[in-house]
Ligand binder design. Structure first.
Ligand SMILES: Nc1ncnc2c1ncn2[C@@H]1O[C@H](COP(=O)(O)OP(=O)(O)OP(=O)(O)O)[C@@H](O)[C@H]1O
Ligand SMILES: [Mg+2]
Length: 252
């Protein structure tokens, strides 16, 4: 497996508690990786370390062969251009049209000529299945459509890595399925892109993920392909699967 992101022995404490506890983690390049675990297990903290929003107390973080652990503000600003992020709430600007929302990051981060930018906006909206939507306002869209616009906005700068934070939490089953399909399509269609999805939803991880990392007590309880999860005898992982409160899993 070729990794795009490697955590070497990462520890992060908040007070006395090590949320990440000597964590070694690898995210494969070009694939869809799900990071799963119950609430409070450090999924968001992991993502924040990847983006350089939090620094570890111990350990090193290597991305694309470069050690980013000690990056300063300006280096981080450059570094973060690698990423597109789809937030849990699509977080669109309601006063701007769909087209303007998707154009926004290009205006902020690139110096492309305007007609080039507009072409890219149109192309990216088509890519997420929303052609001819530029002139609508977010308030005129369904929840699923808003998510797609959020995704178009995350993709328009052509990131190397796309991060999805709980992309389907709180969505109805049909919209959830549509978003899961979109994650697969984007990963297949955009050459070389790496997708990272944070999720509570082990079913979605099994259906959509190519690699799954299950966090528990600051470490990896299990990492592997869906088939490794389906066949595991690890009692904690099996309990998470079953969604039951009774079992060996400890709740904080
Ligand atoms: N900035 C912070 N200061 C103090 N504690 C923090 C901070 N950020 C996270 N934590 C703690 O670290 C633990 C892990 O938090 P994290 O947000 O990563 O959980 P999560 O796995 O993303 O959970 P959820 O599924 O609910 O989003 C929690 O106990 C949280 O309270
Ligand atoms: Mg979280």
């Amino acid at each position: 497996m070729t990794s795009i992101i490697t955590f070497k022995n990462i520890t992060k404490r908040f007070g006395a508690r090590a949320v990440l506890d000597h964590l070694d983690l690898e995210i494969p390049r070009g694939k869809i990786t799900f990071i799963v675990g119950k609430s409070g297990e450090g999924k968001s903290v992991t993502i924040k370390h990847i983006m350089g929003l939090l620094k570890p107390d111990e350990g090193r973080i290597i991305v694309d062969g470069i050690d980013i652990t000690d990056f300063e503000q300006e280096e981080l600003r450059q570094y973060r251009k690698k990423f597109g992020m789809l937030f849990q709430q699509a977080a669109l600007f309601d006063s701007m049209t769909v087209g303007e929302n998707v154009l926004f990051p290009l205006k902020e981060h690139t110096k492309l000529p305007l007609d080039e930018m507009l072409k890219r906006v149109e192309m990216t909206l088509a890519q997420v299945g929303l052609p001819n939507m530029q002139h609508k306002f977010p308030t005129e869209l369904s929840t699923g459509e808003k998510k797609r616009v959020g995704l178009a906005r995350a993709l328009v700068s052509r990131p190397e890595i796309i991060l999805y934070d709980e992309p389907t939490t709180g969505m109805d089953p049909l919209v959830s399925e549509m978003i899961d399909e979109l994650i697969v399509r984007v990963n297949a269609e955009i050459e070389g892109i790496t997708s990272i999805v944070i999720s509570h939803d082990l079913k979605a991880a099994l259906a959509t993920g190519e690699y799954i990392i299950f966090l528990y007590k600051g470490k990896i309880a299990l990492a592997g392909a869906p088939k490794d999860f389906k066949s595991t005898k690890d009692p904690v992982v099996r309990q998470f699967f079953s969604g039951k409160v009774e079992g060996p899993m400890e709740f904080l």
